[in-house]
Design a protein. Structure first.
Lengths: 143, 951
């Protein structure tokens, strides 16, 4: 399965985007987000970007005030996931231009659309920025 | 500047229609963004829910407004509140013809609903229709939803269309169709079992994106059934080779690496296919070796690929050269300052030591550093490594450390894991029974509620059996020390139930065996336990049975039993217990106390828990009784198999009485088979003790004996090793110390003194092997090794030199020679690869014959989009300063945050045109305008919102 969920959370612990690749109820999501955000936010910058939590491994990366957290299975290549996060941010940056937290908040659906292009069934399926953005740009044009 | 801002504002006002967001929405986002606490956020969301509930049911809501409402619903759920009142509106929006609205509706339903939700039925129809759409973007949107919301029952409704779409002219559609099929396979393999050949077919797709996506389902398929896919080894190797040679379109490059994510997926697949298969592995050596050499080790992504190479190399049939390359990379990872790389290094080391255990010794100090690092993640990973390299010589140090660590963690999930690992290692490698019991006590004390009950039974068995053989005094010493430690521990508050069961049982069996403690002392303690844990019936049962045994042993020894008053009151209290089991035990106790010494000795013989009990399965001792009953006119017993459907009452009663007798005699019938030797036939009244005995017997045969016989066997070994091992630390450390000094004089390098403690630890962890001992004794050999142990810096430089040397030394023509046949082989065996190769050929890409773009009907659109960028990019540089009212130093801090990324930040900076061209002008204007319109300025409450994520 690979990726179980992708979260964007700011440093106050507020969720900015949440996408799950396995079904969790609202309460489960709430609990999970609270636990892992607390765990990750408590860590220093020198420490690993990986945290074990229950049966997941969380790979996270901080950009300015925003944390990107990806929950993966145990046999996933953590460094690759760390770079996947960077690819996601670069892609958003290419689309929004100097992307910031507010861009994601105002264009929540677009951030989701990008993820839909990049990840399906918990697998990374597309890593070419132009392929990821093409449908979104076409949609902007037509509507 | 001022002028520009005005322009910006006007632009934003003018484009507000296109921007499509109302003041209301902007205000909502603004207030959420500026919320200072969870409570404030909740307040905002709750009032938003009220607003939405009112608004969303109004008639004739414009479509765009509705879209906004749906996004606001998404916000409500994302922030942890229920938005189910609006689900139906999201479902309705999926019916809309407008692409953006439809996709937004689809997005919302995938976020809101699970695949078994009642509303799905209203979407399936729309999905079916959309899968047939002429607009490929609509088809893609529908396929996204198929991947999330189609369950086993609805698969047949969309399956034919999805299969058809595998041959669609647009690569994006083919890719998503493959993933839909992958999803069906995950949900219900049987529903698509006849379609798996499609995955093989799509592996040869002209489009690299489709090929890359196809690797996901293939990985799953190969994980389950390796042998059916061995024929694809050549294909995978050929694809990997082409990627490594940069034949894929540039857009798949990431930080100068060609399609690294696809490379990693391929390496994972190769690891599966090559595992234990020499022939398959031989195909892979060249390409994996190539990647080892080509990888950029200064970037994270390069290291990610290198790590995957190590995983692959340690999974496939071993190759000396590749193992060497892997060891070099691991050395570099472990020496890095980055915790992430150290983590990967420790993990990789854990994989490699299975093949070359000596690698670990080179890195012992690095490993100990990681073990002592305050970073919990790194520590756990290191424990995982230690777990993999535990032997009888280092088990004490490792398990001790594990328990120390276990005591201090709160995370139950991990605590359970590490506790069971401690138990496993202790059972497997215990150097002595005494150590085993001490270790188990610690594990039980601190994680007793988390370990499995079989561990407790195993411990009881060990105490009962002891060494099992000749040494009786050692056995009784073991028991005495166990009893002593338990009597000490028993007073501590809040002991785990399982541990108390062990304690009660041991005290019952052996509490008074060595005469050190009086029966009244031990029974007093047991009564305290029964009192203190009055909610735990199992513990109370164990305590009562233990009391009974103690009394019986007293009677058998001819001493007078004096029952303490607290004991008497406990017995009275429990004889009225709600638990029938407890009641029965107490009544039995009272009955047995009244018997004479000879009778009780038959019922509960002392120290007989290890005796085997014979069970008469035919119940022949009942023959007389049965005969009598029959003579008195009872109905004969009819076996169950001969009985017809109708049972008459007397038959039933007969059955019940037989069953009852069975229960009394044989509480755990499943162990019949395992009892072999004859012993005294137990009288029917000794249920209490026979129950315990029987359970243990089963335990013994199932999992007890092999463990102990092996540990007993290993003790002779390890005792000899132990003597050596005790010497080693001192010896080793002095050696290493002097070596370190020598080396540092020689090389004129400053060397951090390594504390003797650490060296001692290193010696006890790594020095237990006979190999390293030999090394320690032969000084001549040790010089180079010793310096690599101690002088990290020198060792680093030497290996670096080695790496540099080996690169040119590897004769490139040789590799080409090796490589060419594979190229020839590839196309001949799998024809489509020739096509792929041709299509991906850079020269053809250069000419306009790229089929990916030409084939697409909407190519002009894409081209237009791109051609827009340079035009606006010209003034982009001019506009940049205006966006600098977002504090620039913040950006820098954002950059500095990613400690390990300096490498790519540089590479990213090397391509500024890639990120800063095009939309920047318009966007920064819009953002600026938006900010003003909302009355938010970066200096207000939450300036973080405006920080650029990337520098």
């Amino acid at each position: 399965m690979g990726i179980r969920f992708i979260l964007m959370v700011n440093k106050q612990g507020q969720t900015r985007l949440a996408q799950y690749y396995e079904w969790l109820t609202l309460e489960e999501r709430r609990a999970l987000e609270g636990e892992i955000v607390r765990k990750c936010l408590a860590r220093t910058e020198q420490q690993c970007s990986f945290v074990e939590h229950r049966n997941y491994k969380i790979v996270y990366r901080r950009y300015a005030s925003l944390f990107f957290l990806v929950g993966v299975d145990n046999d996933e290549n953590e460094l690759a996931i760390l770079e996947f996060i960077h690819l996601l941010v670069e892609t958003m940056d290419r689309h929004f231009g100097n992307v910031c937290e507010l861009d994601i908040m105002f264009h929540l659906e677009k951030a989701h659309f990008m993820l839909e292009e990049m990840v399906m069934n918990g697998c990374v399926v597309e890593t070419s920025k132009s392929n990821i953005l093409a449908p979104i740009q076409l949609m902007d044009k037509t509507s | 500047m001022e002028q520009l801002k005005t322009i910006g504002r006007e632009l934003a006002m003018g484009s507000q229609g296109g921007f499509g967001q109302s003041k209301e929405f902007l205000d909502l986002v603004k207030s959420i963004g500026e919320a200072r606490s969870k409570a404030e956020e909740d307040r905002i969301v709750l009032s938003e829910i009220e607003t939405l509930k009112r608004r969303i049911v109004e008639p004739d809501i414009p479509r765009r407004k509705m879209k906004e409402y749906i996004i606001r619903l998404v916000y409500v759920e994302m922030l942890g509140h229920d938005a189910s009142f609006g689900y139906i509106h999201a479902v309705k929006m999926t019916h809309n013809d407008n692409l953006l609205l439809k996709r937004t509706g689809y997005l919302a339903v995938t976020l809101f609903l699970n695949e078994d939700h009642d509303l799905i039925i209203l979407i399936v129809n729309t999905i079916q229709k959309d899968l047939k759409s002429d607009n490929y973007l609509i088809v893609c949107a529908a396929l996204n939803v198929v991947c999330k919301l189609i369950n086993e029952e609805t698969i047949p409704a969309v399956l034919p269309q999805v299969v058809e779409l595998l041959g669609h002219s647009k690569e994006a559609v083919r890719k998503k169709a493959i993933m839909a099929l992958h999803r069906f396979y995950q949900k219900s393999p049987s529903s698509v079992s006849h379609l798996v050949s499609n995955f093989r077919k799509r592996l040869c797709d002209n489009d690299p994106g489709v090929m890359g996506a196809t690797l996901c389902p293939l990985f799953d398929l190969i994980t389950i059934d390796v042998n059916s896919y061995k024929d694809l080894v050549v294909s995978f190797v050929s694809i990997l080779k082409q990627i490594a040679e940069r034949r894929l379109p540039k857009s798949y490059d990431y930080h100068q690496m060609p399609a690294p994510f696809i490379q990693i997926k391929l390496l994972k697949i190769l690891a599966l296919l090559g595992s234990g298969d020499k022939q398959a592995s031989e195909h892979m050596y060249t390409v994996v070796g190539d990647i080892f050499r080509k990888c950029d080790s200064s970037s994270n992504i390069g290291n990610a690929v290198l790590y995957e190479c190590i995983s692959c190399v340690s999974a496939i049939y071993p190759n000396a050269k590749l193992l060497e390359a892997a060891a070099d990379v691991i050395a570099r990872f472990l020496k890095s300052d980055s915790h992430n790389l150290k983590y990967m290094g420790i993990d990789a080391l854990g994989r490699l030591i299975k093949l070359s255990p000596e690698v670990a010794e080179q890195h012992q100090l690095a490993v100990i550093d990681c073990l002592e690092d305050p970073d919990d993640t790194l520590k756990r990973k290191t424990f995982e490594l230690l777990y993999k390299m535990t032997k009888s010589s280092n088990v004490e140090v490792i398990v001790d450390r594990m328990i120390d660590y276990m005591i201090n963690i709160n995370d139950n999930h991990y605590k359970t894991e590490i506790a069971s690992r401690c138990v496993e290692l202790a059972e497997q490698f215990a150097p002595s029974n005494h150590w085993f019991i001490q270790t188990m006590n610690r594990v039980f004390e601190h994680a007793g509620d988390l370990v499995k009950s079989k561990v407790a039974h195993n411990l009881m068995r060990l105490i009962a059996e002891g060494f099992g053989e000749e040494d009786d005094t050692a056995d009784s010493q073991l028991r005495s020390s166990a009893v002593e430690s338990y009597l000490r521990i028993i007073g501590e508050p809040k002991l785990p139930s399982l541990f108390l069961q062990v304690i009660c049982w041991v005290l019952g069996e052996y509490g008074t065996a060595d005469g050190k403690f009086s029966a009244s002392y031990v029974t007093g303690k047991l009564c305290d336990v029964a009192d203190a844990y009055s909610n735990d019936e199992i513990v109370k049962s164990y305590a009562v049975t233990a009391l009974m045994k103690l009394f019986v042993f007293e009677i058998a020894a001819g001493r007078k039993v004096d029952i303490l008053p607290e004991c008497q009151s406990l017995i009275e209290e429990l004889s009225a217990s709600h638990s029938t089991d407890l009641q029965q035990r107490v009544y039995e106790l009272q009955a047995i106390i009244g018997l004479d010494a000879h009778a009780v000795e038959c019922i509960l013989p002392s120290d007989a828990s290890c005796e085997d009990i014979e069970i008469d399965k035919n119940l022949s001792f009942l023959n007389d009784y049965v005969q009598q009953s029959l003579e008195k006119g009872a109905q004969p017993y009819i076996p169950e198999s001969e009985r017809s459907g109708m049972l008459d009452i007397s038959n039933f009663q007969a059955k019940i009485s037989m069953k009852l007798q069975l229960m009394v005699l044989v509480p755990e019938p499943s162990y019949h088979r395992e009892v072999q030797q004859a012993a005294t036939v137990p009288s029917s009244s000794d249920t209490g003790s026979s129950e315990v005995k029987l359970r243990l017997d089963g335990v013994q045969k199932k999992w007890g004996r092999p463990t102990y016989s092996s540990s007993a066997a290993s003790t002779s070994n390890s005792s000899s090793q132990n003597t050596v091992y005790e010497v080693t630390p001192v010896d080793g450390s002095s050696n290493v110390n002097s070596k370190a000094r020598e080396a540092s004089y020689d090389l004129k390098k400053t060397q951090v003194e390594i504390s003797p403690e650490k060296q001692k630890l290193a010696a006890s962890l790594f020095g237990g092997t006979s190999k390293s001992e030999r090394r320690a004794s032969s000084t001549g050999h040790k010089v180079p090794k010793g310096s690599s142990h101690v002088l990290k810096s020198t060792a680093g430089s030497t290996t670096d030199v080695l790496v540099e040397k080996t690169t040119p030394v590897q004769p490139p023509p040789d590799l080409l020679d090796l490589g060419e046949p594979t190229i020839k082989d590839g196309p001949s065996s799998v024809d489509p690869f020739k096509q792929l190769e041709e299509l991906l050929d850079p020269t053809q890409l250069g000419s306009s014959a790229n089929p990916g773009i030409v084939g697409s009907t909407s190519a002009p659109d894409i081209m237009q989009l791109y051609s827009d960028k340079p035009a606006s990019g010209q003034s982009g540089g001019f506009m940049y300063p205006s966006s600098s009212n977002r504090s620039d130093d913040n950006l820098v801090s954002g950059l500095a945050n990613a400690t390990t990324d300096s490498a790519h930040n540089i590479t990213a900076a090397a391509h500024p045109s890639q990120f800063s061209k095009g939309p920047n002008l318009k966007d920064s204007l819009e953002k600026d305008a938006l900010v003003r319109q909302m009355g938010v300025t970066p200096s207000s409450q939450n300036p973080n919102l405006f920080k650029d994520l990337l520098g």
